[in-house]
Design a binder for this molecule. Structure first.
Ligand code: ZN
Length: 163
């Protein structure tokens, strides 16, 4: 069989897709057993889109490495920080100099922002659940019939006692 050499999107190794099992993301090949880090993938896609990059420059890769290894940031945390800075705060991309150095200065601020959003969502959710409970109480209110039965039994018992 002819060789079909492809490069794994995750580990970067070249392999023969006619021999080794693989899966695909879009048009890219991935070893079947190589796990694609969705968070990392999403972040890299976003950075590329933000700066119109086809591949990440070494500078940005270095920044990412530093954030993950030294600052203890997560890929999804960095992603959310960039979303916060450029989509929510509408900051000027021109000032970024093609890099993501800003993340270091606003990571905690962004975290607080997203946490407050989560808290607000939770409160809404709780309020909705409260409403549902109210409705349920309302619906079950007309169910008074068992009371009559109880009364009947009660009077029956009374009658019995009287005898
Ligand atoms: Zn691989």
């Amino acid at each position: 069989m002819a060789k079909h050499l492809v490069k794994c999107l995750v580990c970067g190794q070249t392999f023969d897709a006619n021999i080794e099992p693989y899966k695909m993301k879009g048009r890219r090949y991935i070893h079947f057993n190589c796990k694609l880090d969705e968070d990392k993938d999403k972040l890299i896609d976003y950075i590329k889109q933000l700066f119109n990059y086809t591949t990440l420059p070494a500078k940005v890769n270095k920044q990412l490495q530093k954030f993950i290894k030294e600052n203890g940031y997560t890929y999804s945390g960095i992603y959310k920080t960039l979303i916060y800075w450029y989509e929510i705060k509408k900051s000027d991309i021109e000032k970024a100099n093609g890099g993501i150095g800003i993340v270091e200065y606003i990571y905690e601020e962004a975290k607080k922002y997203w946490q407050s959003i989560d808290t607000a969502k939770e409160k809404n959710q709780n309020a909705k659940e409260m409403e549902i409970t109210k409705v349920e109480v309302h619906i079950s209110a007309p169910k008074r019939q068992p009371m009559k039965q109880y009364r009947k039994q009660f009077t029956f018992l009374e009658d019995e006692n009287e005898q």
